[in-house]
Design a protein around this ligand. Sequence first.
Ligand code: DN4
Length: 298
Amino acid sequence: MPDYEFSPASGDRPRSGISKQVLIVLGACLPVILALAIWVGVLSWRQRSMGTTDRFSAIVLGRCLTYTQNVHPELRNQDCKKILNAFTSAFVSKDPCSITKEDYQPLINLVTQTVPCNKTLFWSRSKELAHQYSGIQNEMFTLEDTLLGYIADDLVWCGDPRTSEVKEEFCPYRNENCSSTATSVFWTVVSQKFAESACGTVYVMLNGSGTTAFSKASTFGSVEVFNLHPDRVHTLHAWVMHDIGGVSRDSCLGSSIKELKSIVNQRNISFLCQDDYRPARFVQCVRRPEDPACSTLM
Ligand code: DN4
C-alpha cells in the first residue's frame, strides 16, 4: 500500500512519517491560510459592496445647479433636470457591464461648454494636486472643473436590468469579467470629448513618485493623448511632480516620458517637460512648509 493511503484499522490515521509531517505542516499553515481567505473575502466583499452613491440623483442635480448658477453662471441656461435625466437614462435598467459610449451620447449632446485655449489641464495619478492647483489658478480647467466632470466626480453608479431604480446595492468592479462599467464608460466618453475640444498649449500633471510618470494604460495615455487634434493643439506640456519628502522614481528624463514624447511627436504635436513645476510645487509646500524641499523654493 502506498504510504499516503489510510488504513481503517489504524483509525484512519496516516501510517507513514511523511504523512505526519505533511499534517504538521498543514496544521501550522492552517491559521495563515484561514487569515488569507478571510482577507481576500473581505476585500472582494468591499469591492462588490460599492454600490451607487447614496442620493445619487439629488447630488447630481445639486452639483449641476451649483455649477451653472454659481460657479459658471454663463451656463445658467443649461437645464439641470434634463441633464440628470439624460445621465440616469444612460445606465438605469441596463446591464452595468454592457453600457456603450452611445448610451451617454444624449448627455454629451446636451452640454455645450468651451474651455479657453491654453487652459486645459490633464492629469494622471495626480488628481489631488491637479485639483488643488486648478482651484487656485482658477482659469485652468481639469475635466472635473467642467460641468460634466464636476457633476460626476467621485460618484459611483450603475443600473440593473431587473429594475428601473437608480439605486443599486452592488455595482460590479472593472475586472476581467466586466471590462467596462457604467462609470468607466462615462469617464472614457467625457475624457475623449474634453481632449477633442482642447486647443493651443495643453498641460498634463504627472506623478514622478509612482512607478512610471506616464502609462499608456491610463485614461490620459489611452484616451486623452489620442484625441487631441493636432490642427488645434500645438504643444503638450508635461509637469512631472514629485511628492514632498517622497521618492523620485521617474522624471522628464525617464523612459516613460520618452515614450509620451514619441507618441505626441508622431501626432505632430510638440512636447515639453518640466520636473516639479514651481507654481504647483508652491501648492505642495503649503502643506509642508518646513520641509527642506520647500525652504529652498523661495
Ligand atoms: P489615474 O490617476 O490612473 O486614474 C484616475 C481615476 O480614474 C482612478 O480612480 C482610476 O481608477 C479611474 N480610472 C482611470 N481609467 C479608468 C477607466 N478606464 N475606467 C474607470 N475608471 C478609470 O489617471 P488616468 O490617466 O487614468 O485618468 C485621469 C485623466 O482622465 C484625467 O486627465 C481626467 O481628465 C480623466 N479622468 C478623470 C477621472 C475622474 O475624475 C476618471 C477617469 C479619467 P483605478 O484605475 O485606480 O481603479 O475620476
